[in-house]
Structure formats: structure tokens, C-alpha cells
Design a protein around this ligand. Structure first.
Ligand code: NDP
Length: 292
């Protein structure tokens, strides 16, 4: 069924592939389809992932179309992660807490909203350390930081310090965390070079600093505070080895790159849509090829 893979053509049981995809704008630069279809091929699953440019005014029609065509589900990327909420029938626990959805599952015509961004990050982190009881510093208070902060709170983090330039954004995130979870959360106004507290055990860059093409940029923090044994994670998937990750590694920290989060959130989505456990190594390999 996949002649490009050299797999012999077999008579299929059905000519109808399972359909999944992505609704985003811009969509063309999003490599998720390559990664997800590599997992489908590896599992010999007759499924497709269609990357669709869906402008804000067309989201409702696109969602109705996916239901009408019997799709198993889809990813929602910017700018649809919050706009999709009123179109859904149900929200999973963490999506409701976070207030945003990046993955929709369609079951019996019902639309169920999930948020797999933070869960993907958590899976990636847990390969190195259990965040339970740990003191964690998050740089940034946007969508990625929000998803990560709620999952860390649900996973029993000992304390969360969240630093952001715009104070209102971080104050509102910390208020939501305190109101909806029992985590000990506090906000820091990031103005100038940020001093990471000495008791931080895990440091996460959840800002967009360092994203291609601005690959030399790194968050303005006091890198002298990074100590051996500290775990340092980045959410930036492209390039996988950011200047932030390289600096932390040079200082003896254990590092986690943004490809891990990207792959692990997609593994969760694929499981929700198809029931298979996708091969994370195959998916990471497909992305690594794209990002060089
Ligand atoms: P948002 O636009 O919601 O948030 C961006 C954050 O970065 C804000 O906190 C913003 O601060 C901060 N920021 C931007 N520039 C600077 C700067 N120069 N100095 C300090 N802080 C800065 O974006 P998202 O949260 O949705 O995405 C953030 C990054 O996460 C993106 O690069 C995206 O690629 C990545 N991502 C990775 C995923 C993965 O699977 N690996 C999944 C989702 C996202 P302020 O509020 O003050 O402007």
C-alpha cells in the first residue's frame, strides 16, 4: 500500500483510509504530517494525516466537514486552540483546566477536545525525572507554558515559579493555577536579566525565543546560576539543539530538547485517534531529517 517504502502492494481490505489532520493558519510550515504519517507507515496502518490551511472564519466549516467525512480527529494549531472550544461537545480534564485544545477526537460524531501539549512535555520529562515534589521554573506564560504548568501541577510539582515579561499574562496564569489546582505557584516579573533561584531543580524555556530563523537567540537569564545536576528543557523544536540547550549542556545540566515534546504529544494524539502505540523513535527520526 506504500510503494515508496518498498512494501509489496497487497490487496487492501478496504479502499477507505482512516483520516486525520491539522487545521492551522499558517499550516504549510507545520511538519507534523510528515512525523505522523511516518508512524502510520511504520505501523502498517492505512491512515492519512492531511495538513489544512484553515483561516479563522472557516474553522467551523472545517470542523463540520471533518465530522461529515468521518475523520477520526484532528490537531488544532494557532490560531484555533481557543476558538475551537465552542464547537466541541466535550472537554477532557486537562483541556478544560488549561482552557485550550490542540487535539480533537471524533467518536460517534461527537467532538472531544484534548490538550496533549503539556502531556507530551510531561512524557518527555519523565524519561529523565519525576517532577513530583520538584521546584520548577518556567520561562514564559503563553500557550505552551500554560499547558506545561497545568500538567506539572497535576503531576504534583513541589513549586512552580513562572517568569514572564508581560506581568498581566503571568499573573492571570498563576491565579488560574492556584484556583484550579493545589500547586504552590508564584509569578516573577521578567525585566532585564532574570536570576534563576538557586533552589530550582528543573528549568523550562517555554518562550518562543530561539525559534528558527532566530537561532542564535536565547532567553535573557543569568546562565551562571545553572548548576550541574539541574534539568533544563526547551520547548523549541526547530532547531532541536537551541543556543539555550547548548549553553545548559556546556554547564553540566541534563537537557531535554523540544523535539521530545513535539513527538510525545503526537504519540498521545495518534493513540486517541487510532488506538495504536506509535513508535516515537521513528517519528523523531522523521523530524530530525526535516530539521537537519
Ligand atoms: P505564545 O505566543 O502564546 O507565548 C510566547 C511566550 O514567549 C510569551 O510568554 C512571551 O512573553 C514569551 N516571549 C517571546 N519573546 C520573548 C523574549 N524576547 N523574551 C522573553 N520572553 C519572550 O506562544 P506559545 O506559548 O504557543 O509557543 C511558545 C513556543 O513554544 C513556540 O516557539 C512554539 O514553537 C513552542 N511550542 C512547542 C511545542 C512542542 O511540541 N515542542 C508545542 C507548542 C509550542 P510575553 O507574554 O511577555 O510576550
Amino acid at each position: 500500500m506504500f510503494p515508496d517504502e518498498g512494501i509489496p502492494m497487497a490487496a487492501p481490505d478496504t479502499f477507505q483510509s482512516l483520516l486525520t489532520g491539522l487545521f492551522a493558519s499558517p499550516a504549510a510550515e507545520n511538519p507534523t504530517g510528515v512525523m505522523v504519517e511516518s508512524a502510520y507507515r511504520h505501523a502498517n496502518l492505512d491512515a492519512r494525516y492531511v495538513t489544512c490551511e484553515v483561516v479563522p472564519g472557516a474553522l467551523e466549516a472545517a470542523v463540520r466537514g471533518a465530522v461529515a467525512m468521518g475523520w477520526a480527529g484532528f490537531h488544532c494549531s494557532l490560531p484555533h486552540k481557543v476558538a475551537v472550544l465552542p464547537l466541541l461537545d466535550e472537554l477532557a480534564e486537562s483541556a478544560a483546566l488549561i482552557g485550550a485544545v490542540n487535539c480533537v477526537v471524533i467518536r460517534d460524531g461527537r467532538l472531544i477536545g484534548e490538550n496533549t501539549d503539556g502531556k507530551g512535555f510531561l512524557t518527555s520529562l519523565r524519561r529523565i525525572v519525576d517532577p513530583r515534589g520538584k521546584h520548577i521554573v518556567i520561562l514564559g506564560a503563553g500557550g505552551a507554558a500554560r499547558a506545561i504548568a497545568f500538567e506539572l501541577a497535576l503531576a504534583g510539582a513541589g513549586g512552580l515559579l513562572i517568569a514572564n515579561r508581560h506581568q498581566e499574562r503571568v499573573a492571570s496564569l498563576v491565579d488560574d493555577l492556584r484556583e484550579r489546582t493545589s500547586v504552590d505557584a508564584s509569578a516573577a516579573h521578567w525585566d532585564g536579566t532574570f536570576a534563576v533561584p538557586a533552589d530550582a531543580e528543573i528549568l523550562i524555556n517555554a518562550t518562543s525565543v530561539g525559534l528558527f530563523p532566530d537561532i542564535e537567540a536565547k532567553p535573557d537569564i543569568d546562565y551562571g546560576m545553572l548548576a550541574q545536576g539541574m534539568i533544563v528543557a526547551d520547548v523549541i523544536p526547530n532547531p532541536p539543539r537551541t543556543a539555550f540547550v547548548a549553553e545548559a549542556e556546556a554547564r553540566g545540566c541534563t537537557v531535554i530538547d523540544g523535539l521530545g515534546m513535539l513527538v510525545d504529544q503526537a504519540v498521545i494524539g495518534i493513540r486517541l485517534w487510532t488506538g495504536i502505540d506509535a513508535d516515537a523513535d521513528v517519528m523523531r527520526g522523521a523530524l530530525a531529517e526535516i530539521f537537519g
